[in-house]
Design a binder for this molecule. Structure first.
Ligand code: ADP
Ligand code: MG
Ligand code: ZN
Length: 456
């Protein structure tokens, strides 16, 4: 097994939760609605109907792009992706190909590895087919619902990384409030591209190499085929499908067979991937610019506005919880996974200050007891923790010792503070919280630090 290195790239589709569809005014809120009631000539693809662009969808796509550190194109273009299928009434999907809205992004996963994002572009969803024993039913309510596609470079080398990345994207969509990102409902869909290559003689790819430009790593290092795994509707199936596919490919290579480009699906009953389409049957989409839509021109000011409207992202929150409150890394991650839990935690911390309940104790409570945050109030949580416990460090001598240690360990913050950057005290407080495993009373820590800093 170790002779081979998996090479994986991920394509994620996410349906936006805008009020109306991408190119018409039909309601995009179609889930569970009477079939074919959210339609009009545009999304039914009737001749002569003209599309117009949904501004909110574009803003949401830009939000995703900015949160993933992409460059946002001031000028982009929609194109027609032509293919014939019953769920596609126009005979083409309006998508972006050569001039996508967002390009060249990146997202860091937990071990510090950077996953490069090739593009984040705007497109539209298709209708929905339901196969019955009497024939196939078509519902066009979903036809034309805004869809954003996020494509990575082939930077993943194992399935754990893929899972983590996909989970992070799901959190992001929910934080940005651009989608419910529910896998079961099909709001979020995954396609993995998988190949394997022989380990280089000089050893495996090092972590940092994945973040280097392609030219330096050499494009030729990529296997000359890839297997696309399609229609995977849960994280669990995705992991199973990728794992199975890696094994299957290695077995084929070991048996001297040559692997080729193909599309495979996942059979959950048999727990294996199966061939759907080989290279010979691959589509030629004959992309060309959509003649019924103008170029999409964006004002840089507008992009800047969207940028400054972004909320604090989950991974930034996790970092702040560690630095500011001394929360353990694993806990900080759990606390920031959802906006609701994060808000609950932060309110509880605020309240905890008044009652000498340390942030880490609140974190422990949330992570271990998993309170129902829709019914328990943050203040109640604090009362409960306080009732039970706890070794909060309030003793001034003790705190002074911790404060001095933090000042020793954070020389830069100390100097900054002396130069008049008073906000550097946060770093020093964070230091004390870290050294004390979050047990220090943060309000008193601040007082003690201020006193010490003044006397310096
Ligand atoms: P397509 O339109 O054919 O799906 P895309 O450019 O949208 O092409 O997506 C290609 C995906 O395949 C990207 O996620 C990319 O990282 C990945 N990929 C490219 N080459 C390989 C490879 N050799 N092995 C695994 N994944 C690959
Ligand atoms: Mg694809
Ligand atoms: Zn419509």
């Amino acid at each position: 097994m170790n002779k081979y290195q998996p090479v994986i790239g991920l394509e994620v589709h996410v349906e936006l939760n805008t009020k109306s569809k991408m190119f018409c005014r039909c309601s995009a809120d179609y889930f569970g609605k009477e079939p074919n009631t959210h339609t009009c000539p545009v999304c039914l693809g009737l001749p002569g109907a003209l599309p117009y662009i949904n501004q909110q969808a574009i803003d949401d796509c830009i939000k995703i792009g900015l949160a993933l550190n992409c460059q946002i194109a001031e000028k982009s273009l929609f194109e027609r992706k032509n293919y014939f299928y019953p769920d596609l009434p126009k005979g083409y999907q309006i998508s972006q190909y050569r001039w996508p809205l967002c390009t060249n992004g990146k997202l860091m996963i937990d071990d510090g590895k950077i996953i490069r994002i090739n593009r984040v572009h705007q497109e539209e969803d298709t209708g929905k087919l339901t196969h019955t024993k009497d024939g196939t039913l078509i519902d066009f309510n979903r036809s034309g619902v805004p869809l954003v596609e996020i494509v990575t470079e082939p930077d993943f080398t194992n399935v754990e990384e893929v899972r983590e990345y996909a989970k992070k994207l799901q959190q992001l969509f929910r934080y940005l409030d651009v989608s419910n990102a529910d896998m079961e409902r099909g709001d979020m869909r995954l396609e993995a591209n998988v190949s394997v290559k022989r380990q280089a003689a000089e050893g495996p790819l090092l972590r940092h190499e994945a973040s280097e430009p392609r030219q330096r790593r050499g494009e030729s290092e990529l296997p000359n085929y890839r297997v696309e795994l399609k229609n995977i509707n849960s994280f669990r199936f995705m992991v199973a499908a990728i794992e199975h596919e890696i094994k299957r490919q290695i077995t084929e290579i070991e048996a001297g067979k040559k692997l080729t480009q193909e599309t495979r699906g996942w059979n959950e009953d048999k727990k294996c991937t199966y061939l759907q389409r080989s290279k010979e049957e691959a589509h030629d989409y004959r992309y060309f610019p959509e003649p019924d839509l103008p170029e999409l021109i964006l004002n840089p000011k507008k992009i800047q506005q969207i940028k400054s409207s972004l909320p604090e992202l989950p991974w930034d929150k996790a970092k702040r919880y560690q630095n500011e409150f001394g929360i353990k890394k694993a806990d900080a991650k759990i606390l920031s996974e959802s906006k609701e839990v994060a808000e609950f935690f932060e309110e509880a911390v605020e309240h905890g200050k008044k009652h000498q309940v340390a942030p880490q104790d609140i974190a422990n409570y949330i992570v271990n007891q998993k309170p129902d945050i829709t019914s328990v109030l943050p203040t109640q949580a604090v009362e409960e923790i306080k009732g039970k416990k706890v070794g909060v460090i309030e003793d001034l001598k003790e705190l002074e010792k911790l404060a001095k240690k933090s000042m020793e360990e954070n020389q830069k913050a100390l100097e900054d503070y002396k130069k008049g950057k008073t906000e550097a005290i946060q770093v020093l407080i964070g230091g004390v919280m870290k050294i004390s495993s979050g047990k220090a009373d943060s309000r008193k820590v601040k007082e003690v630090l201020e006193k010490l800093l003044k006397s310096k």
